[in-house]
Design a protein around this ligand. Structure first.
Ligand code: KG4
Ligand code: ZN
Length: 345
């Protein structure tokens, strides 16, 4: 990690459009959020029970200019005052990513500013820096979102070692699929979280999947099938399903595995700090169980506010700051990379 050799303050205008949120933020010196504008398409996609990529791209095109203008005006700044323009270029939906990438390139070129392409997951992890000025790498981070479940060692800013990942569904995807199956709708995570508060998490025992020979990997498709089998069985026998109990028991099964793996990784690898990131990190059960387990294991636990867990551009601006002071610059040929791997450029 190089030290910041830039003179004066660094202002990043960040853009995020990898899935169903059009977002822009102005971030000062990496950790000070001057504005954070998010235009969500959730209501639109709820009609279809999930994100429709073509609709997402069209909506990004419609929203991106006003969202960026609002981010600048909320910060009380002009484009001229920005040090660099940052944008998520992967992973994500290709059409959605392209809108942000094309916009960022156009703005950076026209304003004569450097361009910094950011990895979406690096952004999620960096969300932890926003509200914890004392947090510095190294630490272990669990990243659980709609598209990803990774257990990562953050060795330094922008330097990662992936310890484990999901073999099938991402944690958030499992929440979304189970919610749809029980009729709670989209997006499933917050709906299950809410329903579970009224239920008993020990009411139904669902399996905790272990991945043979790989203690840090995850697998959620078996759990999803167990829930579907439970629902089918109830339907066939005419039993009434207690949705709150089912939501609480399913959520507990996911959280149990996420917490156990994360704590084991921190202890076995000798790290004393644990962080969580991604949409699922806003789950109330995950937050409280991880807090409890960290306290018991003598680990310091960090987690972002819910608004910085789900997709936003502030986290992209924070990640971009560390990339920028480390010398990362993207060319005018920057493209969307839908399956970009963490740590790859
Ligand atoms: O990070 P994110 O906004 O987008 C991706 O990069 O995927 O994560 C969205 C995912 C969705 O699957 C959503 O259901 C899940 O995060 N999620 C939650 C909660 N809030 C959002 N899952 C569990 N509990 C929540 N409270
Ligand atoms: Zn995300």
């Amino acid at each position: 990690m190089k030290k910041n050799t830039t003179t004066g303050d660094v202002y990043i205008l960040a853009i995020e459009s990898s899935c169903d949120e059009t977002a822009s933020a102005v971030v000062k010196n990496g950790r000070q959020i001057l504005s954070n504008v998010i235009s969500s398409q959730i209501d639109l996609h709820t009609l279809y029970g999930g994100v429709v990529p073509e609709i997402a791209s069209r909506k990004h095109i419609e929203k991106i200019n006003p969202v960026i203008e609002t981010a600048l005006s909320d910060a009380g700044m002009t484009l001229d005052q920005m040090t660099a323009i940052a944008v998520t270029y992967g992973p994500g939906l290709v059409g959605a990513l392209l809108v942000g990438v094309a916009e960022a390139k156009a703005i950076a070129y026209a304003a004569g500013k450097p361009l910094v392409g950011v990895h979406h997951i690096e952004g999620h992890i960096s969300a932890n820096f926003i509200e914890h000025p004392e947090l510095e790498p190294p630490f272990v981070c669990l990243v659980a979102s709609g598209g990803h479940s990774h257990l990562v060692v953050v060795k330094d800013y922008g330097e990662f070692e992936i310890l484990g990942r999901t073999r099938d569904d991402a944690a958030g995807e499992a929440f979304d699929k189970v919610a749809r199956a029980v009729g709670l709708g989209y997006p499933g995570g917050p709906k299950i979280d809410k329903a579970a508060k009224e239920g008993n998490k020990k009411a139904i025992h669902f399996p905790r999947a272990k991945v043979e020979g790989s203690e840090y990997d995850f697998s959620f498709s078996g759990l999803k099938s167990a829930v579907l089998n439970y629902l089918n069985h109830a339907q066939m026998t005419g039993e009434e399903v207690n949705v709150a109990d089912l939501a609480a028991s399913f959520q507990y099964a996911v959280v149990d595995v996420l917490v156990t793996h994360t704590i084991a990784a921190a202890k076995e690898r000798g790290y004393d700090k644990v962080a969580i990131a991604g949409g699922v990190a806003s789950n109330s059960e995950l937050r409280s169980e991880m807090k409890r387990a960290c306290r018991k294991a003598g680990l310091t636990f960090y987690y972002p506010s819910p608004v910085y867990c789900t997709d936003n551009a502030a986290m992209i601006g924070t990640a971009a700051y560390y990339e920028y002071i480390n010398g990362t610059r993207s060319g005018w040929d920057l493209n969307a990379v839908p399956y970009l791997k963490l740590g790859e450029r």
